[in-house]
Design a protein around this ligand. Structure first.
Ligand code: UDP
Length: 240
């Protein structure tokens, strides 16, 4: 069993630890929540456990059923997971199916407006700069990843979107948009990393359009805990 030896990094929602195996890391999910690039801080009780379990379940499904390589290795506890160590590609990969959030502001369309096809966006991962949106040319010119890696990221992101949209539809949830991060392992394999959770996805109830994600915290809509628990309940059933 892997053990946490030394903290390598503490992010906004997770800590990362070194373990005995130098090709692996242990990720530990926290209840801390931040929004607006860290300006708003709080806690969503039970979030760490929920995001850990949801991410691991979805990554395993994506591996088996959609052929997406991921960093997931083994769930160690309610909050901790063994993952493959990667160099993170410094991009936030955003996939959108419906207008919401920053896109709504950028194009002046109401949240909930449907899109004719999915939209893929990239942001340069840099908190000090506020994760600015960039395009393929910036990525190539700055050397943030190779052309081959970028093409694979696009293919994976759209495949992940197709798979997750259909899956969440069966649970009565519309997947509005989400953010992915990818990493490269020591042997050069591109894998899906980070998390897939109500922190990083917009989930709307298909019937009531109720928000079941971090927008409840960002926008002070109340009962963020309940919303996260509801997503967990739809995925794993009533005994959770
Ligand atoms: N997102 C994220 N981390 C970020 C920025 C965005 O997980 O640092 C997710 C967010 O939860 C949403 C999607 O990416 O599901 C699109 O976010 P958007 O660009 O609309 O930004 P926001 O309105 O969240 O600032």
């Amino acid at each position: 069993m892997a053990t946490k030896l030394r903290q390598l990094y503490e992010g906004k929602a997770k800590k990362v630890f070194e373990c005995e195996d130098p090709t692996m890391c242990i990720v530990s999910y926290k209840d801390d929540a931040t929004a607006f690039n860290g300006l708003k801080k709080g806690t969503i009780r039970g979030k760490g456990v929920i995001n850990n379990r949801l991410t691991n379940y979805l990554m395993q499904k994506l591996e088996k059923e959609a052929g997406i390589p991921t960093h997931f290795v083994q769930e160690l506890s309610d909050t901790d997971t063994l993952v493959r160590k990667v160099d993170i590609v410094p991009l936030e990969v955003i996939v959108r199916n419906v207008v919401a959030g920053s896109l709504s502001k950028r194009v002046g369309k109401e949240e909930g407006t449907s899109l004719l096809c999915p939209v893929l966006e990239f942001s340069y991962k840099d908190d000090e700069l506020g994760d600015p949106m960039v395009n393929d040319y910036h990525i190539r010119a700055m050397g943030w990843c190779s052309d081959e890696t970028l093409e694979k990221i696009k293919e994976y992101a759209l495949r992940i979107n197709d798979y997750l949209v259909s899956y969440f539809k069966t649970l009565g949830i519309d997947l509005i948009d989400f953010k992915l991060e990818f990493g490269i392992t020591a042997d050069g394999t591109l894998v899906l990393a980070d998390e897939i959770s109500p922190d990083t996805c917009r989930f709307w109830d298909s019937t009531t359009h109720e928000k079941l994600d971090k927008d409840r915290f960002r926008r002070d809509l109340g009962d963020a805990e309940g919303a996260y628990r509801e997503v967990l309940r739809r995925v794993f059933g009533d005994n959770n």
